[in-house]
Design a protein around this ligand. Structure first.
Ligand code: SAJ
Length: 415
């Protein structure tokens, strides 16, 4: 294992870049993490973290403490450069869900002056098909000296470029970083092979090699597969509601079939991945990607449906207290990005149909948008209890204690 230790620059120290950088550092590589946020850089250099993820604090403390991980606002020369920056979408008139590659382009420009022949550049960010080739074009434009090689007269090495999409599940990032299989797509075979050698230094899963475009599409496909399957569950929940059938029982029964495995309905799909990535496929092939688009629309429509359910029961009260349980985008995390629970709670507050009390046990004083309440207080005061996230704290509530209230259990805690 001690062979192939490298100097590595990781650009972007968020949910993917920071765990990857600190994992590489604890395996003996010399890692420089680069971020545009001075606060993030300072926090990491003190051995602390700026995001919540189980066990990441231990990993970062150990990586920084050993001197193998440093953070900086500036890139520098290295053997390998890993790009782990966000790929959101931006709203244009032609397409409100256009992939925004500006972070990737900026990160590429940041490293370009430091690339030497023989270096490896890896894109980890989930990206539209063709982005790895775009990175190659940007580097070639900025550094023609690296690419205009005369093979017969030069014995210099080329620059190697590959895509290795991240696949880790928030809440389980450290374990999945080590255990998950990886797909690596190179702009050529040599690039993919070179990247594989690096990932083998910390990844216990199998590593499968392909071309860059297939690797990009594989990642988008994985998240779209999940989105389509969650949309099926969400659609079933709305159909069952209309037909007065308990959707949780229905799914449990249908899943007894050996080839059926339906996911769970909820208030919609949140997070920065599944609610975003399928749109990259739709943007690239709008005529063909009908099912993928429809699934996105079904999942995006679910918060509105939940809101209507609350309004329908609220009319039974004069000025009801509506207790919203959970704001995070899924259970047992603090992440509020694209969270349907937060969207619903905000919309309820704006609707003025009652007094809204929100409870989110995983978020502390850093949340300033509206007051948060203790669970006991919400359970005591609420006329209508709206369960938006299946946090462990809520699963412990005895259903019998709620019989005076109207309970809208959107996550099926009490089935
Ligand atoms: N959800 C449901 N019902 C379900 C499962 C999920 O409503 O049965 C909802 C969740 O509540 C949440 C959303 O879907 O709002 C997404 O949660 P998730 O746990 O399915 O996925 P993420 O976004 O946390 O992480 C996904 C993972 N992708 C897949 O499982 C295919 C992860 O492996 C990726 O690395 C990550 O996206 C990413 O970064 O792309």
């Amino acid at each position: 294992m001690q062979r192939n230790l490298q100097k590595i620059v990781v650009v972007g120290l968020g949910y993917i870049g920071l765990p990857t950088a600190s994992m590489l550092a604890t395996k003996g590589h010399q890692v420089l993490g680069v971020d545009i946020n001075p606060k993030t850089v300072a926090t990491i250099n003190q051995g602390n973290i700026h995001i919540v993820e189980p066990d990441l604090d231990i990993l970062v403390r150990s990586a920084v403490g050993s001197g193998k991980l440093k953070a900086s606002l500036q890139a520098e020369e290295a053997d390998t450069f890993i790009l782990a920056v966000p790929t959101p979408f931006r709203h244009t008139e032609v397409n409100p869900k256009t992939p925004d590659l500006s972070y990737i382009e900026a990160a590429t420009r940041t490293i370009a002056p430091f690339i030497k022949p023989g270096n490896l550049v890896i894109l980890e960010s989930t990206s539209p098909v063709g982005t790895t080739e775009l990175i190659q074009d940007i580097i070639a434009g900025l550094r023609p000296d690296l690419f205009n090689l005369e093979p017969r007269t030069s014995n210099r090495e080329p620059v190697f470029i590959a895509h290795c999409p991240e696949r880790v599940l928030p809440g389980h990032i450290i374990r999945e970083l080590v255990d998950n299989d990886r797909i690596i797509g190179g702009v050529d075979n040599a690039s993919a092979e070179k990247a594989k050698v690096l990932y083998q230094t910390f990844c216990n899963g199998s590593i499968y090699l392909t071309d860059a475009r297939t690797a990009e599409m594989a990642k988008l496909t994985e998240n779209s597969f999940r989105d389509v399957n969650i949309a099926f569950a969400n659609e079933l929940s709305m159909v069952c509601d209309k037909l007065n059938i308990n959707v949780w029982n229905l799914i449990e029964l249908a899943n007894k079939h050996p080839r059926v495995n339906i996911l769970q309905p909820g208030p919609g799909v949140g997070g920065h991945c599944i609610a975003v990535d399928p749109w990259f496929i739709v943007a690239a092939a709008p005529e063909e990607a009908k099912l993928i688009r429809c699934a996105r629309e079904v999942n995006d429509s679910k918060p509105e449906w939940v809101l209507e359910k609350v309004k329908n029961v609220a009319v039974r009260f004069k000025n009801p207290v509506i207790g919203c349980l959970g704001l995070a985008f899924k259970a047992n995390i603090d992440d509020l990005r694209e969270s349907p629970a937060l969207e619903i709670t905000r919309d309820l507050m704006a609707s003025g149909i009652g007094c809204v009390m929100a409870c989110e046990p995983n978020v502390n004083g850093s949340f300033q948008e509206f007051p948060l309440h203790e669970l006991d207080e919400v359970l005591r005061e609420a006329d209508i209890l709206l369960v938006l996230v299946d946090h462990d704290e809520f699963k412990g509530i005895a259903f019998e204690s709620l019989k005076e209230k109207i309970v809208l259990d959107i996550r099926g805690i009490w089935r």
